[in-house]
Design a protein around this ligand. Structure first.
Ligand SMILES: Nc1ncnc2c1ncn2[C@@H]1O[C@H](COP(=O)(O)OP(=O)(O)OP(=O)(O)O)[C@@H](O)[C@H]1O
Length: 249
């Protein structure tokens, strides 16, 4: 049975159909990438899954149970959590305290939040800075702190929203390795990223949204050679070049 399923998900904002009858399923332990041109509906689809938006139609099931209609914190307690695209650590709190807040309030096992916080900071390579102020962090370290924050909740499914965005080459490599480590722990990962090299190299399957519609699903190689996908990106030459380049990975 699929771990995460969307059935006929649709979201309208007035006259805009941001997500249009999208159905998908993701198996336990899979890493799946979600791509699409700007405005395709990727963030909206993630918000329908995490309970930030209610779908106009359709539903999401997690491990066979409908989660549509639940609040984001309730969905988090069921084991599905998303990183924020723009990382804003809690002001005045150390890295350790930021991660501990995730464990304490979002955690499925909230005992010993400080211990859990240390564990996840170590996992993302930041435990040596546990008592530092997040203000001092590089963009790459901030993204890793955000991943630590969600890992602290002990999720089964992680939705990663542009965790490779804005990173330099070395930081991108570190994030790719970190996503692989998360996947190696058996977690299920669904990620949006405009950094094609990162997304294509970690994803077992890729879904493509265009104008709210899911126009393709397949392995990275299938997606990079799919005519409809290439067509969808034709207006965006940088992304098209990225898709082509990533095909060599
Ligand atoms: N809260 C909202 N109210 C009204 N329209 C919205 C809202 N959120 C998204 N939209 C619209 O829905 C469409 C899909 O937007 P969305 O942000 O989901 O796309 P995206 O694929 O995540 O884009 P990007 O890659 O640029 O982040 C766009 O036309 C957007 O303007």
């Amino acid at each position: 049975m699929a771990l995460l399923e969307g059935e006929h998900l649709t979201k309208r904002f007035g006259g805009v159909v941001a997500v249009d009858d999208v159905s998908f399923s993701i198996e336990r332990g899979e890493t799946v990438g979600l791509i699409g041109p700007n405005g395709a509906g990727k963030s909206t689809l993630f918000r329908l899954i995490t309970g930030v938006h209610e779908p106009t139609k359709g539903q999401v099931t997690l491990d066979g149970e409908v989660i549509t209609g639940l609040k984001p914190h309730q969905i988090c307690h069921r084991g599905l959590v998303k990183t924020h695209q723009i990382v804003k650590p809690l002001e005045g709190l150390s890295l350790l305290e930021n991660a501990a807040v995730g464990a304490q309030f979002g955690g499925r096992n909230p005992e010993n939040p400080m211990e859990r916080a240390h564990e996840v900071l170590e996992f993302v390579g930041l435990d040596h800075m546990a008592h530092d102020d997040p203000d001092e962090l590089s963009v790459g370290a901030l993204k890793r702190l955000e991943i630590a924050r969600v890992l602290a909740t002990d999720p089964e499914v992680l939705l990663l929203d542009e965790v490779a965005g804005g990173l330099d080459t070395d930081e991108t490599e570190e994030i790719i390795d970190l996503i692989r480590d998360i996947s190696d722990q058996g977690k299920t990962v669904f990620l949006i990223d405009h950094v094609m090299r990162a997304l294509m190299s970690v994803s077992e399957r890729v879904f493509v949204l265009d104008n709210g519609e899911l126009i393709a699903k397949g392995t990275p190689t299938e997606i990079q050679n799919d005519e409809r996908v290439i067509e969808a990106y034709l207006g965006d030459s940088a992304a098209r070049d990225d898709i082509g380049t990533a095909a060599g990975d």
